[in-house]
Design a protein around this ligand. Structure first.
Ligand code: SAH
Length: 222
């Protein structure tokens, strides 16, 4: 007999609760986290770790970001709900889902260099009915010139230096959040465009996988 069990409207309740315990109190963000199943964005063999507050492997030597970090990065973007957001590093698509719900009347442009990851994320996000997302496979360090400028830009891989091509694709008053540092540790940075120049602030220390590309690290992969 087919099962008609109604789908849990808050599959991410435990994640939202964890993030809340770490001091994140934004009700809109906590609601969005509660509505998303992090588990769904993980490969089957990693699903039992879905509630761990850490980065988890998703294949191709990449990881889904730590929920607390996803929360911090999202809040630093200060989304009101209508922004056009550029995301570099689609990865699992979990952060993309968060952005898509936090800017429901806006549009998310997400770039991933690994085609398989991009396609996998797209399948999941399509399944969730997220229609305000556009996908690109390629080097995100160069941005998405045809769609620029953006109100917000989020980089979810560690950049070796200031991401100038991306900053150039930001509107005046816009915000760019990116981890910047060496390959072992970075500072999560907020760059606001004020009179065309970056006003920067360090948010916290962090550790992300490498941003690989023209304005990133050199690809040393197989
Ligand atoms: N937000 C993702 C993070 C994935 S890790 C998540 O939570 O699942 C960072 C991702 O950035 C990886 O998937 C990696 O392949 C991708 N990446 C690295 N350099 C990139 C580049 N230059 N352009 C686009 N994606 C890149």
């Amino acid at each position: 007999m087919p099962s008609h069990r109604p789908r849990d409207p808050f599959p991410g309740a435990a994640i939202a609760q964890q993030v809340r315990q770490r001091g994140i109190r934004d009700p809109r963000l906590l609601n969005v986290l509660a509505r998303l199943s992090r588990r769904q964005f993980l490969p089957p063999e990693e699903r039992r770790f879905a509630l761990d507050d850490r980065a988890i492997p998703i294949g191709h030597d990449q990881t889904i970001s730590q929920p607390f970090m996803v929360a911090v990065m999202t809040l630093e973007l200060a989304l009101t709900g209508t922004e056009r957001v550029l995301e570099i590093g689609t990865g699992s698509g979990y952060q993309t889902a968060v952005l898509s719900l936090m800017a429901e009347e806006g549009e998310i442009f997400t770039i991933e260099r690994h085609a398989t990851l991009s396609l996998r994320a797209r399948t999941i996000l399509d399944g969730l009915g997220r229609t305000n997302i556009r996908y690109l496979i390629g080097d995100g360090t160069l941005g998405w010139p045809a769609e620029a400028p953006f109100d917000r830009i989020l980089v979810t891989a560690g950049a070796p230096g200031f991401p100038s091509a991306l900053f150039n694709q930001l509107i005046e008053g816009g915000r760019l959040v990116a981890p910047v540092g060496d390959e072992y540790s970075q500072e999560l940075m907020l760059f606001r465009k004020q009179n065309g120049r970056p006003e920067s602030r360090s948010i916290m220390g962090c550790r992300f996988v490498k941003l690989i590309g023209a304005e990133g690290w050199i690809d040393q992969g197989p």
